[in-house]
Design a protein around this ligand. Structure first.
Ligand SMILES: *Cc1c(COP(=O)(O)O)cnc(C)c1O
Length: 394
């Protein structure tokens, strides 16, 4: 019995891949003169911006910090509205509160589970009538697949809002042939480097933009609102020691240890994405005859497959999602659910949102199950997940 338990593998839904080169890169920083905000930060920023095809990058301490200061430079303030998807991690909406603003949501489309650009158009037209247009629209590229950015970008011209892409799932994805992060159809793009994401720095995040003013201000907000650049000072510099705090910022710095890890991880990007996409394809093939809805890829978008989410066809499966979840966990399979619709969280309910507000996201949530997917997952791991799922669905 106990022997069986010990032998049982545990396959998490996601995990980092750390190479010897990654470890050596971090150790090298430990032996250097800089632990934080040294030369690795700029090298990492340049490498990410080159990879994504964008002009500027500002590395910070988390994806959440990145969302916060991106909202600040977009001018989000008291009583403004930020629109995002309910099918996301709470951080995508919480960043509005950090600026004294209010988040609101637009329901998802039923096929790709991203913010529905047509519903967004309807909402914007209603908001325009009330004279209450959003300052920011923050599309989230769910599971690694880009939203319909061309439509959202066109709406931003019509209704004059800033577009910030929450691409925490989507490093390595493309949209209409452009890398996500190029900001071809947005003002800023944010990535997270949390260990379950596409590459990791332990904790970490980055903001990408082609806007020089945004870039300069993001640099200051990352470090207390302090500048050493005379161009941004009131009056003149008093000497080489001199700095000024010109507004209220934060300590959102990434360390050099983290940046060195990120740089080394970037070297493996192509291998990571190739393996993620290969595993997704193998899942698609192995699961096609089961009573499941499998992930669909839009012809304009190539997903990074941060997540592989299936939906149980509730009319054809005898077990509930909760039963399926529990049975797979018992088999050592780290299934998960992405996401509990943000508007149904107690914090959001207290502010007036309720169950029923965004029905597509709620329906999706009731059937969704995230299967394990990460670059180091072996074909044997995957076969075990597939055969276990078959048993559960019997
Ligand atoms: C992970 C994640 C975040 C937050 O990133 P952190 O680095 O954990 O702060 C925000 N939005 C989405 C969609 C995420 O998946």
């Amino acid at each position: 019995m106990i022997g069986d338990l010990l032998k049982k593998p545990y396959i998490p839904y996601g995990r980092q891949s750390i190479s010897e080169a990654d470890i050596n890169a971090v150790v090298e920083v430990l032996r250097s003169d800089w632990l934080t905000q040294g030369p690795a930060i700029e090298r990492f920023e340049q490498a990410v911006s080159r990879y994504c095809g964008v002009k500027y990058a500002v590395a910070v301490s988390s994806g959440t910090a990145a969302l916060h200061i991106a909202c600040m430079v977009a001018g989000l303030s008291q009583d403004d509205v930020l629109l995002t998807s309910p099918n996301t991690f709470v951080a995508s909406a919480n960043c509005a509160f950090y600026c004294g603003a209010r988040p609101d949501f637009v329901d998802i489309d039923p096929v790709y589970y991203n913010i529905d650009a047509d519903k967004l158009a309807v909402k914007l037209s209603a908001m325009a009538e009330q004279g209450r247009l959003p300052k920011i629209v923050l599309p989230v590229h769910f599971a690694g697949q880009s939203c319909q950015m061309e439509k959202i970008h066109a709406l931003s011209r019509e209704y004059n809002f800033t577009v910030i892409e929450d691409a925490c799932h989507a490093l390595g994805a493309t949209y209409k042939g452009f890398r996500v992060g190029s900001c071809r159809f947005s003002d800023m793009t944010v990535f997270s480097f949390h260990p379950v994401k596409i590459i990791t720095t332990g904790e970490g995040g980055i903001i990408l933009t082609n806007n020089e003013e945004y870039y300069e201000r993001l640099l200051r907000l990352r470090t207390h609102g302090i500048t050493r650049d005379e161009r941004f000072m009131e009056g003149t510099s008093e000497g080489p020691w001199y700095y000024q705090q010109t507004e209220l910022g934060f300590n959102y710095r990434m360390t050099d240890l983290q940046a060195a890890l990120g740089l080394s991880q970037l070297d493996q990007m192509d291998a990571f994405i190739t393996r993620r996409r290969q595993l997704a394809k193998q899942y698609n093939e192995a699961l096609q005859n089961l009573p499941l809805i499998l992930p669909q890829e839009h012809s304009d978008a190539k997903s990074a497959f941060h997540l592989y989410v299936i939906r149980l066809k509730s009319d054809k499966v005898k077990k509930t999602r909760a039963e399926g979840f529990r049975m797979l966990k018992e088999k050592g399979i780290g299934v998960n659910v992405h996401y509990i619709p943000v508007h149904t969280q107690p914090y959001y309910r207290k502010l007036g949102f309720s169950q029923g507000d965004f029905k597509e996201a709620e329906r999706y949530y009731s059937e969704a199950l995230t299967l394990p997917l990460y670059p180091a997952m072996t074909d044997e791991n995957q076969d075990y997940v597939v055969s276990s799922l078959r048993e559960v669905l019997k």
